[in-house]
Ligand binder design. Structure first.
Ligand SMILES: Cc1cc2nc3c(=O)[nH]c(=O)nc-3n(C[C@H](O)[C@H](O)[C@H](O)COP(=O)(O)OP(=O)(O)OC[C@H]3O[C@@H](n4cnc5c(N)ncnc54)[C@H](O)[C@@H]3O)c2cc1C
Length: 376
């Protein structure tokens, strides 16, 4: 199916099934409500085939261009049917499984994620090793034909909902840095895993501390080769900055439009709106080019750091504009649209942190794209 046909047919299906796809809860809802609604939307979209387009047939997909996945997420987001942050975790983790898991494991597991039957999480960051992933400490040792994992992760989004985790562990010596890391796919109900949710400043227990205490992971759950976890991580992170960000851009476009509709007469400075619109347009142009590179089968890399810097900048700009235009509603509103604007304003502050901080993205751009020399 080509993109034009996909758009027309998907839009018609979304119109027809709007009532079934809508959330039952009012307003933002709790994270539990959002997760349940996300599963419902994914299941309906998967069973109707939409969620399978753009994914390889060997993992339950129907083939076709990744642009189809880009449009599906855009359409669901623009219609306020999904929250892009939790929806787009699929775009971050499924490609890694497809590229690095043994084929039969990927074929078994990926459809569960696409259909919303399962949630997966990404266990990379540790206390003290967010930006500096190469120094991670969570240790995996081979004992009696299995990995035995001990250590801690932190900021693991949706860990309390997750059935599986793409986990980075240290299998080399402590000094082996990025050369001694191994990635694995871990069942979250394995004995020895403790998940302790953390509350963010927007009041949601979105991420967690995850503790591993003698957790046994079969060797055939290794993703890629032993000691090659750095390559897995470096391939995953550009996915986090491609289709997932395209979906987020669609959501920002919608929220900016809603702000313009909602703001009282004269509350928005036209020049400020124009500036934010230009930033959003710049991001979307850049991200569109990234979607086409993905479609052409190119390997994404450091250049997606530019997409992330543009996205984080405009995300904060959209919600700064909202704070200027509807301050009472955003800061104090307890009913109507207030709680959602407030929650999103606060969450937008994290845009320059998650998926690699703004400073780290700029370091990557400086070192790897502009050849400006090593970190000092
Ligand atoms: C909402 C949210 C969701 C997240 N979800 C996940 C998840 O699901 N899985 C996961 O593994 N992680 C997740 N993270 C963690 C995220 O990847 C890290 O927070 C991020 O990489 C930064 O790491 P850190 O918090 O340890 O900060 P640090 O690395 O300690 O950085 C602190 C500050 O120092 C700056 N800094 C650090 N090193 C340098 C340098 N070399 N040059 C210049 N400045 C530097 C940083 O930019 C930052 O401002 C999430 C974070 C957030 C906010």
């Amino acid at each position: 199916m080509n993109l034009d046909e996909f758009r027309v047919e998907l839009d018609a299906w979304l119109d027809e099934h709007d009532a079934e796809l809508r959330a039952e809860h009012e307003g933002v809802g709790t994270l539990e409500q959002q997760m349940a609604h996300l599963s419902q939307v994914k299941r309906l979209a998967y069973d109707a085939g939409w969620m399978r387009w753009g994914w390889p047939e060997r993992v339950g997909g129907l083939g076709g261009s990744p642009l189809l996945r880009g449009y599906l997420g855009e359409a669901l987001t623009t219609r306020d049917l999904v929250e892009p942050g939790i929806y787009s975790m699929t775009e971050v983790l499924a490609p890694t499984m497809i590229d690095y898991a043994r084929p039969d494991l990927a074929a078994e597991m990926v459809p569960r994620l696409l259909r919303g039957d399962e949630t997966w999480c990404q266990g990379f960051s540790e206390p003290g090793t967010g930006s500096n992933l190469g120094s991670l400490m969570c240790r995996a040792v081979e004992v009696d034909g299995a990995w035995r994992v001990n250590g801690q992760k932190v900021w693991t989004s949706l860990a309390q909902f997750a059935q599986r985790c793409v986990l980075l562990t240290r299998t080399g010596t402590p000094e082996s840095a990025h050369r001694g890391i191994t990635a694995m796919f871990v069942d979250m109900d394995t004995p020895g895993i403790t998940v302790r949710p953390l509350r963010t400043m927007h009041g949601v227990e979105e991420f967690s501390e995850v503790f591993f205490d003698d957790v046994v992971v079969p060797l055939d759950r290794t993703l890629g080769d032993v000691g090659q976890g750095w390559a897995v991580a470096m391939d995953l992170l550009p996915y986090e900055r491609s289709t997932a960000l395209w979906h987020r851009g669609a959501y920002l476009h919608r929220r900016l439009s809603q702000l313009i509709e909602q703001a009282p007469e004269g509350a928005l400075d036209p020049a400020a709106v124009g500036e934010v619109f230009c930033q959003l347009f710049a991001f979307r142009s850049r991200s569109l080019a990234t979607q086409h590179r993905l479609d052409a089968g190119e390997t994404l890399g450091a250049e997606t750091s530019i997409d992330k810097v543009l996205l984080a900048t405009v995300e904060q700009a959209v919600f700064d504009l909202a704070l200027d235009a509807i301050p009472d509603e955003l800061v104090l509103g307890d009913t109507g649209t207030g709680p959602r604007w407030r929650s999103e304003f606060l969450y937008s502050r994290a845009a320059t942190i998650y998926g690699g901080s703004a400073e780290i993205q700029r370091n990557i751009i400086a070192r790897r794209l502009l050849d400006l020399g090593a970190d000092r």
